[in-house]
Design a protein. Structure first.
Ligand SMILES: NC(=O)c1ccc[n+]([C@@H]2O[C@H](COP(=O)([O-])OP(=O)(O)OC[C@H]3O[C@@H](n4cnc5c(N)ncnc54)[C@H](OP(=O)(O)O)[C@@H]3O)[C@@H](O)[C@H]2O)c1
Length: 289
């Protein structure tokens, strides 16, 4: 039995669809959900729903019963995530789970502008390794799907990308392709006790994105990279919520510091093709408008 956590979220749902399309019978897949009403579509596919919360160890002990492989999708509640993840690993040990596949985040050595996110991933990876359970750590790249949030949904109208990312590049990947790779790891051999950076075959800067957008929209779209301080000041003056400013700013600085780009072909090998690139993504977003 494979149990997918975060199954009501985008990644978990997508991973379940890929498991099914890679030939895993629905009777061999279970989904961890907090609210079964959010998972009626999965239930209709024959997926067994198991109710559990990362904060509630008893619920996890019940939910993990009889599970061989656990696709552990990292939680989304930053303040309590470390504590939640510790409980997931503890319950996996108690239940005798044989293989944990964990969705972490890509990183390089040294301090990071996104340490507030990376810390939990590092601690969780260590806990999993120390648990003695066979593991595969997926160090996922930034979701390419988030690009419109960074550059602005209406960038074709504003004609400006304004981010403190300098000429830094990112090897972002579509979330669905990362989920497809996770399913591949669960359905094929040879991934035991491996740490996989999962990044795109290309890395691109916001300058290159502005050029591609200029071609697509047939108008000049410019990229300006202010200092972090000026970026924050302008966003605050525009009434953007603080949490959002902090997040965008931290990822932009991480990109400026070359933390978000990496050369690695593991994802390409798992997918059996090159991941979707920037041109295709931007064209599909533009065509949806
Ligand atoms: N690589 C990247 O660029 C990137 C970007 C954003 C996030 N992430 C990470 O990747 C994860 C998956 O991404 P996503 O897009 O699928 O996120 P998402 O759509 O927000 O899904 C998060 C899932 O986690 C579940 N969850 C949250 N807290 C939980 C708890 N206490 N107990 C049990 N389940 C809980 C949610 O359940 P409910 O439906 O009940 O809320 C949901 O199913 C995120 O949670 C985050 O850790 C990565």
């Amino acid at each position: 039995m494979i149990l997918v956590t975060g199954a009501t979220g985008s990644f978990g749902k997508s991973a379940i669809h890929h498991l099914l399309s890679q030939g895993v019978p629905s009777a061999e897949i279970a989904a961890l959900v907090r609210d079964p009403q959010k998972a009626e579509e999965l239930q209709a596919l024959g997926i067994e729903l198991r109710v559990g919360d990362y904060l509630d160890i008893d619920s996890l002990d019940r939910a993990f019963h009889g599970v061989d492989q656990l696709l552990f999708v990292s939680g989304s509640e930053i303040e309590t995530r470390e504590q939640q993840h510790a409980k997931v690993v503890q319950a996996a040990v108690s239940a005798g789970v044989k293989h944990i596949v964990y969705t972490s985040f890509m990183r390089k050595e040294g301090p990071s502008a996104i340490d507030f996110l990376q810390d939990t991933h590092i601690k969780t990876e260590n806990r999993i390794k120390e648990s003695g359970i066979t593991y595969t750590i997926l160090q996922n790249a930034l979701y390419l799907d988030l690009l419109p949030m960074f550059i602005g949904e209406n960038v074709a109208d504003t004609a400006t990308i304004f981010l403190p990312a300098e000429s830094g590049e990112s090897s972002s990947v579509l979330r669905d392709e990362l989920a497809e790779a996770a399913a591949r790891v669960l359905t094929t051999e040879g991934h035991e006790n491996k740490v996989y950076p999962l990044v795109n075959s290309e890395s691109v800067s916001y300058g290159q994105i502005a050029e591609k957008l200029s071609d697509i929209h047939e108008k000049e779209i410019q990229y300006h990279s202010p200092s972090e301080a000026v970026f924050k000041e302008k966003m605050q003056a525009a009434g953007v919520p603080d949490a959002y400013i902090q997040l965008i700013s931290a990822f932009s600085v991480a990109q400026a510091n070359d933390e978000l780009s990496l050369k690695d072909d593991t994802l390409e090998k798992l997918l059996g093709r090159k991941p979707t690139g920037l041109q295709e993504f931007l064209t599909s977003v533009a065509n949806c408008k």
